[in-house]
Ligand binder design. Structure first.
Ligand SMILES: Cc1cc2nc3c(=O)[nH]c(=O)nc-3n(C[C@H](O)[C@H](O)[C@H](O)COP(=O)(O)OP(=O)(O)OC[C@H]3O[C@@H](n4cnc5c(N)ncnc54)[C@H](O)[C@@H]3O)c2cc1C
Length: 450
């Protein structure tokens, strides 16, 4: 929180709730009368405002290969709705079904088919936003500048996006999934070195990420060891995947036995950690977790050398439950220019890293926060620099926060990391549509004039 009038990052989501809840949620941080006036304006603006009073909806049009999704829906609900209509359509967004459409789409949104189709935000073709004056605007009405900004720049700096229109993508009726875990004793270091060379150059149809963590079982001395899981999704059959892997990553020794063919929606279940033979209805669950976690992110443009990995393994062994998810870029991501949308991490990125640590009890918080910050400091020489890049959807307040009336120049300390030179255009758009900086929070875009 910057001051008592700030709209907290999470409260904007309340707009998808019935109107009294909206008033309640927003008025916690804003002038109450102003809020009510704002809501009245929204409600008289258009009959479309009725959408604010109902549950979110998802409308899939298979013939036109597009969908309208209200922001309160989750990724799981979107995937479920698509699967109910077609087994050869999908959407390129994140792996976790409980993630909300509103934040995810407006910050980018990558998942297992983003090397083929780009980000969720790359596939948005229209949107509906409530601006600071309470007007409901579609793409044509908001103009291309604002439409550009909300596809990767974070919606919460610009207004409340009530719905998104996206184009659906084609997926084959059969895809193939595999997971090969390797501990340090099983040559994980050499395999990861090779993975860094090939992961972003594989055909767009193949997503092969690596996940690092600890493994209590496979260490030679009975203690913990580091393990790297190489997990892949191939948009095609295993008979084509196995030779493809043999040609590109023979060291992993992928065999037919390691592969499972399934439908695309089953692969969604797989990457979400569910049984692929269970009911798709698990995608509709909105489970809450009581676990605390801290995440940070980085981008790698040169392979990390062996010496860097050895130090990284030592850092992982210091923590109880560390996870590093390395997501390969390349493919479609390299074909889209850095300024096409606010999301700038395109050509030249080998992979993105998400550092993750979770814990149960509040007393443990300082210990785990210290560890992840130490790890982030350790990684400095091995990741992008000037600026050190970060993924906006993995919000990290350690890299900088706004204070009251933060200027554009001051906000560049964190803004350039998320957006590179797109940050300036974001600040210009902000100045055009919300010059009084009503929509603000710890890392909202400041108006360029500030
Ligand atoms: C368990 C987990 C798994 C994840 N997996 C992935 C993944 O696979 N790929 C990936 O790219 N990211 C992933 N993320 C990150 C995720 O994309 C972001 O956390 C995203 O911001 C979540 O959006 P939300 O609406 O659920 O969250 P919220 O916390 O509700 O919102 C996040 C931000 O967006 C704003 N916002 C939300 N809705 C709206 C709206 N309608 N209009 C304007 N602003 C809005 C909020 O104000 C806030 O600033 C994951 C996160 C978690 C917690």
């Amino acid at each position: 929180m910057v001051d008592s009038k700030v709209v907290h990052i999470t409260t904007l989501k309340a707009v998808i709730h019935p109107k009294l809840k909206i008033a309640y949620a927003i008025s916690q941080h804003c002038n109450f009368l102003w809020t009510i006036q704002w809501l009245e304006r929204i409600q008289t603006e258009s009959s479309q405002a009725n959408a604010l009073n109902s549950k979110w909806s998802i409308t899939i049009d298979i013939k036109e290969e597009n969908a309208w999704i209200q922001s309160g829906a989750t990724l799981g609900e979107l995937y479920y709705a698509i699967a109910n209509k077609s087994n050869v359509h999908g959407f390129p967004a994140g792996s976790c079904p409980t993630v909300g459409i509103g934040g995810h789409f407006s910050g980018g949104g990558f998942g297992t088919i983003f090397r083929k189709y780009g980000l969720a935000s790359d596939n948005v073709i229209d949107a509906q936003i409530v601006d600071v004056n309470g007007k409901i605007l579609n793409r044509k009405m908001m103009g291309e500048n604002l439409f550009w900004a909300i596809r990767g720049g974070g919606g919460s700096s610009f207004g409340v996006i009530t719905a998104w229109k996206v184009k659906l993508v084609n997926v084959p009726s059969v895809v193939t999934v595999f997971n090969i875990p390797k501990s340090l004793e099983q040559n994980a270091t050499t395999l990861f070195m090779k993975w860094q060379i090939i992961a972003n150059k594989l055909p767009n149809e193949l997503f092969l990420h690596s996940v690092m963590g600890l493994d209590a079982k496979s260490s030679s001395d009975g203690g913990k060891t580091v393990a790297v899981s190489f997990t892949g999704l191939y948009l095609g059959k295993q008979k084509n995947l196995v030779p493809l892997m043999e040609n590109n990553f023979a060291e992993l020794n992928l065999q037919h036995d390691n592969c499972t063919e399934m439908s695309w929606i089953q692969s969604v279940l797989y990457f979400a950690g569910y049984s692929i033979n269970g009911s798709l209805k698990v995608l509709l669950q909105r489970n809450k977790t009581s676990t605390s976690f801290k995440a940070k992110s980085d981008y790698v443009t040169k392979p990390i050398p062996m010496s860097g990995l050895e130090g990284l393994w030592n850092m992982l062994l210091e923590e109880k439950n560390p996870t590093l998810i390395m997501s390969p870029y390349g493919g479609r991501m390299s074909e889209i220019s850095e300024s096409e949308t606010p999301f700038p991490h395109r050509n030249g990125i080998i992979y993105g890293i998400q550092y993750l640590v979770d814990w149960d009890s509040n007393e443990e918080t300082p210990k785990h926060m210290d560890w992840i910050r130490k790890l982030y400091a350790y990684m400095t020489p091995y990741v992008s620099m000037c600026p050190r890049l970060a993924y906006m959807n993995y919000r990290d307040l350690d890299i900088g926060v706004n204070r009251e009336n933060t200027s554009y120049e001051e906000a560049k300390s964190w803004g350039m990391k998320y957006f590179k030179s797109n940050f300036e255009r974001l600040a210009q758009v902000k100045n055009e549509i919300d010059p009084s900086n009503f929509f603000r929070h710890e890392q909202s875009i400041p108006p360029l004039s500030a």
